[in-house]
Design a protein around this ligand. Structure first.
Ligand code: ADP
Length: 257
């Protein structure tokens, strides 16, 4: 197989690389990426996030990071979150964080590659990549240039009834990267008044879709207004959800083939 994989630099030692993908934007891919990083960081691992969602970078905001990343002749330095998660994102390089990124596909893919090889990541046990949405050219090029150990697919309940998940699974299989699990975000809502799970988007198809693709690890995340607020305030690191464990269970690399 042809390989375009580029090594990270001499200033980085990176352990497991997990790419978080989705069929389209707005399904909670960045949120799941953030939750995974927070959880692993809490467990004492050196953790980093590479925000490859160049046209909709939302990781810095979720962690309350503003300003610009430091650079010197060795490279660009990731910014550290309050609890020490290393973060690199297009928003940390722009003069003005509201500037739009209007690059075309190849330029975006190239920028992601630079985040991989020109950033002084240091020692990282778990790196989470918030991927560009979709299964088109850009994510494909990213997968061809970074050695990804596993993929986590984030979907909405509606996407599970379409072909989007199958596309993401096929992309992973084409790249020979194991799918670690599927997360159904905004799966249900639990209100304060009753403990019933309200299936806003109808019954879930998560189990059958996962089974159809031979994926054993699944997780459901509820619609949680508190989560949205925490994220908007840039306080992802304060969020304590019982669901976080279901996500980190997916990082058991020994159980996937
Ligand atoms: P993506 O990365 O897929 O584009 P985001 O993670 O940025 O999506 O989420 C989009 C928006 O939806 C954000 O404002 C986020 O706070 C909100 N959101 C995502 N998941 C949930 C959830 N389970 N409950 C409440 N709000 C959510």
């Amino acid at each position: 197989k042809q390989s375009l994989i580029v090594d990270a630099n001499e200033f980085s030692r990176i352990g497991k690389v997990i790419a978080v993908v989705s069929g389209k934007g707005g399904v909670g891919k960045s949120l799941v990426t953030s939750m995974l990083a927070v959880a692993m960081n809490r467990e004492g691992f050196e953790t980093a996030i590479l925000d490859a969602d160049m046209t909709g970078p939302s990781i810095p905001k979720a962690f309350g990071l503003t300003g610009r990343a430091h650079m010197d002749q060795q490279g660009i330095y990731p910014m550290k979150s309050v609890t020490g998660i290393g973060i690199m994102s297009a928003n940390l390089l722009l003069e003005n964080e509201t500037d739009p990124i209007i690059w075309r596909g190849p330029v975006i893919a190239n920028a992601v590659r630079q985040f991989w090889k020109d950033v002084v990541w240091g020692d990282v046990d778990y790196m989470f990549i918030d991927m560009p949405p979709g299964t088109g050219d850009v994510p494909l090029t990213v997968f061809q240039s970074i050695a990804v150990d596993g993929i986590i697919i984030v979907t909405s309940p509606q996407e599970l009834v379409s072909m989007i998940v199958a596309k993401a699974v096929n992309m992973a299989r084409t790249m020979n990267i194991p799918v670690l699990g599927i997360v159904e975000n905004m799966s249900y809502f639990e209100c304060d008044e009753c403990d019933k799970r309200h299936m806003i988007f109808g019954d879930s198809h998560l189990e059958e879709v996962a089974a159809a693709h031979g994926i054993s690890r699944i997780a459901r995340l509820p619609i949680d207004p508190e989560l949205a607020r925490t994220c908007d305030r840039g306080e992802m690191e304060r969020y304590t959800a019982k669901d976080i464990e279901k996500l980190t269970d997916m990082l058991d690399f020994d159980s996937v083939t």
